[in-house]
Structure formats: C-alpha cells, structure tokens
Design a protein around this ligand. Sequence first.
Ligand code: CP
Length: 338
Amino acid sequence: MAEQRAPVHLISLHELKRNQVDDLLDLSMRLKRRAGKASLSGKTVGLLFFRGSLRTRTSLEAATTQLGGNTINLSAASDFWELESAEGSIMDGRAPEHVKDAAAVLSCYVNALAIRPKPAGASWSVDRRDAEIRMWARHARVPVINMESVLWHPLQALADLMTMRESLGDLRGKKLAFVWTHSPTPANPAAVHSLLLAAISQGMHVRVGAPAGYELDSEVMSQAQALAQENATSILSTTSMPEAARGAHVVYARSWHSLEDYGNPTLAASRRSRANSWMIDEKLMASGAEARLMHAMPVRRNLEVTDEVLDGPRSLIVQQAENRLHSQKAVLSLLLGS
Ligand code: CP
C-alpha cells in the first residue's frame, strides 16, 4: 500500500516561511488581475462554523466556486451538534460526538476542511491553546484551514498584507498602528495577533495602542519582540491613541477583549465603559503619514470609527474585504490545486 503523506494545514500564517507567504501574495495579486492560473475542479471544501461569519463564509464559498470546486457548509447552530475536543474525556456531557471521529469521517467526503471554532470563553489560559483547531488538524486526513481561532486568523492576515502591499508597495520600514476601539462586542485578538507577526516579518514597524488592561497575549508579544529583532524592526506598546497613530502609514482599528477580564463579563463591561473615547476620527488619522484606515470588520460605525473616516478616501475596508476572495483562492490553490 502506498504511504499516505500527512496533509498540510493552515492554522497560523507565521508557521509558513517568508517566501511561502510572498508566493501566496504574488499569486493573490495575479488572481485578482486575472493573470494567475488556479483550479479546484472536482474538489470539495467543507466549511464548519461553530460561530457566525459574513465575510469568511461568503468569500471562501465564492473563491471555491469561481475556481471550479464546490463547498459544503455546516453550521453547528443548525446543522449538527456540539463536538467534544478534550483528549480522553468520558463523554457524558452535552456533546454526542468527538472531533477526532468527525474529522476522520468528514475527511472521507471532502478535500479540505475549513473550521471556525467557538471558544469556551471561561479562561484565557485555556482558550489560548486553540485545542479545537489543533485537534481537527491532528485527526483530519485532509488539509485543515483555520477560519479564525482564538489566537490566529491567518486568512484575514493574508488579505491584510495584500491590501497593504497594494496601497504602500514594499512594506519594509512602513509603520502599522493597531488601535484598540470601543465596542460592546469585542472580538478575540486573533486578527491582530496574526497581522502583528506577519507585518513584522515583512519589515514593518508596529505600534499597539490600547487602554490599560487590553494588552495582547503575552506569549504572542514575546514572539513579536523576537521577530522584530530578527527583522531589524521595532514594536512599541502604548496606552495613548495619538502616540500609536502618529506617523503611521496604516491605522488598523480593532476592538478586542480585555484578556485580564476574560470570562468575567461584568468586569469586562465595566472596563470597556471607561474606554469609550477610543474611537478613530479624522483628527487622529491626520496625525499619520497619509494614513490609511483598515478594519477586519464587522465595524461599529461612529462607535469604533467615524463615518467620515470609514466612507472617506483613507478607508481600505472594502478593498481589504474584497482581498479575502483573491487571497483565499491562492490558499486553496496551494493546498488543493492539481
Ligand atoms: N473578518 C472576518 O473574519 O469577518 P467575518 O467574521 O464576517 O467572517
């Protein structure tokens, strides 16, 4: 019997080598110009959502279909049930099926599995391990694509890099400012974590501006510091919005949970209410270097960012969302293309 090769997964972008990311970006750009070749003819991609999505689901479906493949979409809320992900657990709880069985079975039907897991939300030190997506990757016999876990959002980061390259050209030496924004529905810091490492790998200087208590994951920040040294670039954290945005070429707005209050909604809401001035407006943008505004979306207008900025010439948010389509074609083509 022929030996089966282990599938290649995409769990986080920084697990790829710099030249692999560059190849993906080049192919994404060519596909956008309709100058690149890619085909998913006869391939089926399974999309499993344990929580909602607008862009990721639609852009992956469109990308697969446009390349001649097809998708099967399953939502845990309506199409199946909770899955157990703990190794060795006695399954007497709510979940009637284990990820390892679902992964093995679904691998018989599809050529790739894209997963958006749902964190338990009780403990950051537990959720940050990304046990669900890692379990899928361990037990699937087809490539697993992370559609946003607790820690990483590689598909978003790839589209973000592509968007910045389109707008700024060579990214080396350019300044990217992540600015925390006020929202009653903050996200996990996955998109910020992924782009933080990806941008530093491209030679960008990075600032992270957020109120006290909204520091990013400490291990990710240590990785970022090490990467910044390797790439002769810099990373600075500040609790001042103006300091973060000053001189930036890109202001990247995102609301993320306080990891200090993770699992405690009362404390989290109280901390958020003290930071409701963290909204990006034209005055802040004007302190950058002809700064562009990026946001992974969904964005709360006039709470996170003003209409004036979102609808003005600085805004890249629609281009950024469009690039999910092109860059995901590149990813699918790399993982599945013949
Ligand atoms: N940015 C992003 O992943 O959007 P969705 O949550 O709508 O998929």
